[in-house]
Design a protein around this ligand. Structure first.
Ligand SMILES: [Zn+2]
Ligand SMILES: [Zn+2]
Length: 168
């Protein structure tokens, strides 16, 4: 829970954070303070088909920042290669540009993110693949049909007549 009635200060500059949409920001260093579920929502929205993505927080030992809300030292993590500070109770701190960096990385398929495997029937790429396969099968059938027609024509007329519209 974030104590919205409580003044929160930037852990780097100590100036008061201001509301900036779904996040609170430092007007001095452009750091951003947001709740974990807000980050989850942002990452989901970055995907081609909005979906929940499990973020891979890796321990990243370094000097911690104080939580803007409870002032306790935050846990230090690396998230998609970006160093972040996180208070389990109150939120995640991103320095200038780091939130954008995480969101951009999360949108790339090659990013080291642990994507939960949904049921094949619900997976859009599987559906697309199935439709592509059905499309290809249709083309293949037409090719086979034409080959059979040509075989039939070839056996019926051993010396096919030149087409009238073709030059000799
Ligand atoms: Zn600041
Ligand atoms: Zn806290």
């Amino acid at each position: 829970m974030i104590y919205r009635d409580h003044t929160e200060a930037c852990p780097r500059c100590a100036v008061d954070l201001v509301d900036a949409g779904s996040v609170r920001a430092c007007t001095n260093c452009q750091g951003m303070w947001l709740a974990a579920d807000v980050l989850t929502e942002m990452v989901a929205t970055m995907q081609p088909e909005p979906r929940w993505v499990e973020l891979d927080f890796e321990p990243d030992p370094r000097a911690p920042l104080a939580c803007p809300t409870c002032v306790k030292p935050m846990a230090t993590w690396s998230l998609l290669g970006v160093p972040i500070d996180r208070c389990d109770d109150h939120g995640i701190w991103f320095d200038h540009d780091e939130l954008e960096q995480v969101l951009r990385t999360s949108a790339e398929p090659a990013a080291p993110i642990d994507v939960p495997q949904p049921e094949p029937a619900d997976e859009p790429t599987t559906r697309r693949r199935r439709e592509a396969a059905a499309f290809a099968v249709g083309i293949r059938r037409r090719v086979i049909d034409r080959q059979q027609d040509m075989t039939h024509v070839g056996s019926a007329t051993r010396d096919p007549m030149p087409r009238p519209d073709e030059p000799e």
